[in-house]
Ligand binder design. Structure first.
Ligand SMILES: C[S@@+](CC[C@H](N)C(=O)[O-])C[C@H]1O[C@@H](n2cnc3c(N)ncnc32)[C@H](O)[C@@H]1O
Length: 276
């Protein structure tokens, strides 16, 4: 994939633009809003879920910078919204961090570029139009943007891996990306999860997934269990508190709602140093 701004696909709703609408953003089109509203009618808790997902992302990025990490690669970064990775990172370590955003959605990519052009130091943070499944080819481009693979990296795959075609194999690119990470790196991940006895929710999300499969450019994978989601960490040790519901990951303040209604789990794992 070159990094020119690609053509818009306005015949189908797009997951990035739908997500933007749920977050209260304006970078979406009528086709996305109509689809997003239908999904909200099935599961109104989605709005809270996406807000909690962004809040998790911000806490995880802050944690990474406070742990000394200065490089970030955000795969499936979505449309820029409040509290983007580079904003949180720059707040904690002004001028010291480098972020590469990657998304395959044209509007997400175009907006990320525009947003970064407006930053004080546009060379430090970059946006790539790229596909998660490109593995080595994508990583080469990430490195060409100034990410040093010899130094710790915080790799983010936040609310990405449940948006993959059912027949695809996200485990293989994940294993490739994990292998590129130097000791001390962090892998930050969140993923839709329905580990609950709520049969109505299972039914609603089953219908949402089917709709995604039929209408959007990005298909939704079958719902994964916690055990299956844990496998994406490839045996890396999860940092306390492990893989938990979104609001349970190192919250700034206690969450008063039902955590299972955020319908997604999140975790952060660290790449260990090799044995001496
Ligand atoms: C639900 S949004 C999540 C955005 C952001 N990571 C967050 O959690 O707030 C998922 C994003 O992943 C992108 N995406 C889906 N499949 C992708 C792929 N194969 N390669 C790159 N991006 C992808 C979509 O375009 C969308 O912008």
């Amino acid at each position: 994939m070159p990094n020119d701004t690609p053509d818009l696909d306005l015949d189908r709703p797009s997951s990035g633009r739908i997500y933007d609408y749920w977050l209260g953003g304006t970078n979406n089109y009528a086709i996305d809003r109509e689809f997003a509203e239908k999904q909200l009618a099935l599961a109104p808790e989605i709005r809270e879920a996406v807000r909690e997902n962004r809040a998790f992302l911000r806490r995880a990025v802050r944690f990474a910078v406070e742990s000394g990490i200065r490089q970030f690669v955000d795969l499936g970064s979505g449309l820029p919204t409040q509290g983007n990775v580079h904003e949180v990172a720059d707040e904690v370590a002004p001028g010291a961090t480098r972020v590469v955003y990657v998304d395959h959605e044209p509007v997400a990519h175009a907006h990320a570029r525009i947003l970064l052009e407006d930053t004080a130091d546009p060379e430090r943070h970059r946006a790539l139009w790229g596909d998660f499944f490109d593995g080595p080819r994508l990583w080469e481009r990430v490195v060409a943007e100034g990410i040093d693979p010899g130094e710790p990296i915080c790799l983010l795959t936040v609310a990405l891996l449940h948006l993959m075609p059912p027949e695809s194999d996200p485990a293989t690119p994940m294993a490739f990306y994990r292998d590129q990470l130097a000791p001390g790196s962090l892998l930050v991940l969140s993923h839709a999860c329905l580990d609950t006895d709520d049969e109505a929710a299972k039914d609603a999300f089953g219908r949402i997934r089917d709709d995604y499969g039929k209408r959007t450019a990005v298909k939704a994978s079958p719902m994964r269990s916690r055990a299956e989601i844990t496998e994406f960490f490839g045996g890396l040790e999860l940092i306390d508190p492990g893989l938990v519901w979104l609001p349970e990951w190192r919250p700034d303040e206690p969450y008063t709602g039902d955590v299972t209604r955020t319908r997604a789990v999140a975790g952060v794992a660290r790449v260990p140093s090799p044995p001496e």
